[in-house]
Design a protein around this ligand. Structure first.
Ligand SMILES: Nc1nc2c(ncn2[C@@H]2O[C@H](COP(=O)(O)OP(=O)(O)OP(=O)(O)O)[C@@H](O)[C@H]2O)c(=O)[nH]1
Length: 458
């Protein structure tokens, strides 16, 4: 059954289960007190710290009270399938608007709760017998729940579309030539610095320095960098540094305009320049980290890094659910890797990791995935496999690593082994559980002497 049909069927049952008298009383109550209910609802929401940012007194006065009254009347006037379908179309529209303004779902749920309370409160005075009152309250609760269910499904669909567009925009943004972008921002900062120094030399009292926020760099930072570098640890420091220059230092600099004492001018200029130096350093770091992480590749091994692991695993879980073909996760960890580093040096350790990465990639099929999961740990995702196939591949990987001769930068060579934990996806939707099972199996493989494969199911 289509979800719209299932909601309509639920509504029809709800409608039939309640007497005409009770339904009419509810409808009359909504008609009589709709405006008061809407007022009480918004009075409550306007004092709610979470809901407040989405509301203004003016919007409530001009539009929202009337919309709410109309919403209540439409919902409770449904007496046939067509009217109900129209009321549900209204819910979907509301859900889409909520998604566009990014109204959090918990606030909508809170709104529903407040509204149910308001209606129940009015029904208490409607002169219903006790059993009818119970029926009326249940009818109201269920009808509002149906409306919010429809609203939420439209909300989720819109939200997902918006998230995909956001992601596409992010991909587009970082598809731009990043080294060109970096040069542009460096030169924008340099332009600002030159202009600043010029004005510090020639500024007359009353002149105003251009702030960094108003510069071409500031505009870029505000409008684009947030999208491209979202989540970067440098970004908040960049913003803070810019505020320090704009809000603390520039006003002091301006006070120096016309001051014949050049010493103070020089001192302040140097402080601003030092802050700019810090900004340039942070911006460079931001671009560099971005290039290696966002490309999704691990810089040392060129394998996938962990960034895309959740996306890949979620997708594989979905595919495997749809096509009923399991996949498997192998966690391979090089044995006594610390010892390799200690004995041959870190660079030799790096070589071992690179060679292992190549070996793994060359052994699995092109449809499989190989991630660098941790320092000396790799995660191999084998698509469309069964238990026996998985064990065979794991054993092949283990044996190849054992046979491999690792060539070191100084011409020496060494041998290494690896332990492998195996977990076949068991249809559980949480991918972390699958990784944990593989990790437990790996732990057991290490514990039982290393250079072996262990399965989560043994
Ligand atoms: N060369 C190099 N070493 C790394 C890298 N990442 C992590 N390591 C090192 O890998 C070592 C892992 O050591 P442990 O976790 O103690 O495990 P182990 O020595 O492999 O021992 P078992 O796993 O118990 O067999 C640590 O010494 C890390 O410093 C890297 O990118 N390059």
């Amino acid at each position: 059954m289509h979800s719209g049909e299932s909601i309509a069927a639920d509504w029809a049952k709800l409608f039939d289960d309640v007497s005409t008298g009770v339904r009419n009383t509810v409808y009359d109550t909504v008609l009589t007190y709709g405006a008061d209910m809407a007022d009480a609802f918004y009075a409550r929401m306007l004092t709610d710290p979470d809901a407040r940012p989405f509301l203004t007194h003016e919007a409530v006065e001009k539009r929202l009270r009337f919309s709410m009254k109309h919403w209540l009347e439409t919902l409770f006037s449904c007496s046939d399938v067509e009217r109900f379908a129209a009321a549900m179309a209204m819910q979907r529209h509301v859900g889409e608007v909520h998604a566009r303004v990014e109204l959090p779902v918990n606030i909508v749920a809170r709104g529903a709760r407040v509204l149910k309370g308001e209606i129940a409160h009015r029904l208490l005075g409607a002169g219903l017998a006790a059993s009818d009152l119970v029926d009326a309250v249940l009818y109201v609760d269920n009808l509002i729940d149906l409306a919010f269910e429809e609203m939420s499904s439209a909300y989720v669909a819109s939200h997902e579309r918006a998230a995909r567009t956001d992601e596409a925009y992010r991909v587009f943004s970082y598809g731009q030539n990043m080294s060109l972008e970096r040069e542009r921002q460096r030169s924008a900062l340099l332009d600002w610095e030159n202009r600043f120094l010029q004005e510090m030399m020639n500024g007359a009292p009353g002149d105003e320095l251009q702030t960094l926020a108003d510069s071409s760099f500031g505009l870029w930072l505000h409008h684009k960098a947030n999208t491209i570098f979202e989540g970067s640890s440098e970004l908040p420091i960049v913003r803070q540094t810019m505020h320090t220059v704009d809000d603390n230092l520039l006003p002091l600099c301006q006070q120096q305009f016309g001051n014949p004492d050049r010493e103070e001018v020089r001192r302040l200029s140097k402080i601003v320049q030092a802050e700019l130096g810090q900004l340039k350093f942070l911006i460079d770091g931001m671009f560099e980290r971005f290039v290696s992480l966002e490309s999704g590749k691990d810089a040392l091994t060129q394998l996938l890094n962990r960034r895309f692991l959740p996306a890949v695993l979620s997708r594989e879980i979905e595919l495997s659910r749809r096509h009923r073909k399991p996949f498997a996760v192998l966690l391979a960890d090089i044995d006594h890797f610390k010892h390799i580093n200690d004995r041959y040096g870190h660079e030799a350790g790096d070589r071992v990791l690179q060679q292992t990465a190549n070996l793994l990639l060359n052994t699995v099929r092109s449809g499989d995935f190989v991630f660098r999961y941790g320092g000396e740990e790799f995660l191999v995702l084998l698509v469309e496999v069964d238990d026996a196939h998985t064990r065979r591949v794991a054993e092949k990987l283990r044996a190849r690593i054992e046979q491999e001769i690792f060539l070191l930068p100084n011409g020496q060579s060494l041998r290494a082994t690896a332990s492998i934990g195996i977990a076949l996806h068991d249809s559980h939707p949480d991918y972390q559980r699958l990784i944990n099972r593989a990790d437990d199996a790996l732990y057991r493989a290490k514990h039982e002497g290393r250079n072996r494969c262990m399965s989560a199911d043994e």
